[in-house]
Design a protein around this ligand. Structure first.
Ligand code: ATP
Length: 228
């Protein structure tokens, strides 16, 4: 097997158009190893476009992406995807009908971890609880690639920490997780690497463990974005 075929995710000269004005420039990136990758960039940089395209929801104009084997990615969109009329306790059973790779036992244990009331309707959860449920159910899929679009945008700091714990506990060790976010401070310990987009182009890719001693991830990313 060639090195290239071994990558968990590989993008080759990927171009995705969004509307008439925006285009992800040809993106060539290879994610060889399991990791948690932060996807950064200013509003409109193309983060959602990239993740939706990798999730199979926006066709490439040209170029390619491929996952290792026949894996399909577990995608968490930026708006809740679980029907609000469902009772929390019935969500694992229902989602297992949608996703072949859904792990009902893991989903139930995540719901227990979140101490959510199984008899409540999803629509009656607070916004933060609903976000946690959606994140948890995306993690309950058995995939080698997880794509999470801004899961931490609308939650308070305590809920955010619980969601980070959930990710650390339930992300399979051998999987790649790409998570788009505007938050950098406080998340440094989560990321193995960071990718920054600017106007659809790859502006920066940093391996967090290779940062110079005393170097701040936040200032490196901000510097790159300011001088782009
Ligand atoms: N449905 C759409 N139709 C046309 N253009 C769109 C659509 N959605 C997004 N765009 C455009 O695509 C570009 C990239 O948007 P995208 O949502 O991918 O950026 P983003 O980095 O996720 O931004 P944010 O941080 O604000 O979520 C923007 O110029 C945006 O205006």
């Amino acid at each position: 097997m060639t090195e290239s075929m071994n990558a968990l995710l590989e993008l080759g000269e990927l171009v995705v158009a969004r509307g008439r004005k925006f285009c992800l420039a040809p993106l060539t990136i290879r994610f060889a190893n399991p990791a948690i990758v932060g996807l950064f960039g200013h509003n409109g940089a193309g983060k959602t476009t990239l993740l939706r395209s990798l999730a199979g929801l926006l066709p490439p104009k040209s170029g390619f992406f491929r996952f290792r084997g026949t894996a399909s990615p577990a995608f968490l969109p930026d708006a809740p995807f679980i029907y609000k009329f469902l009772r929390v306790g019935s969500v694992p059973e229902v989602l297992s009908g949608y996703f072949d790779d859904f792990d009902i036992a893991r989903a139930k244990s995540i719901i227990d971890d979140l101490t959510l009331d199984a008899s409540k309707k999803v629509g009656d959860l607070s916004k933060g609880m609903e976000e946690q449920l959606n994140l948890g159910m995306a993690l309950a899929r058995r995939s080698s690639v997880y794509l999470f679009d801004e899961p931490l945008a609308a939650v308070d700091p305590v809920t955010r920490d619980r969601m980070l714990e959930l990710i650390k506990r339930h992300k399979p060790d051998d999987a790649l997780l790409i998570i788009s976010t505007h938050l950098i401070a406080g998340l440094e310990s989560l990321f193995d690497e960071c990718v920054v987009l600017h106007d659809g182009r790859l502006l920066l890719r940093v391996q967090v463990p290779e940062m110079p001693p005393g170097g701040s991830l936040e200032s490196s990313i901000k510097e790159a974005m300011i001088h782009a």
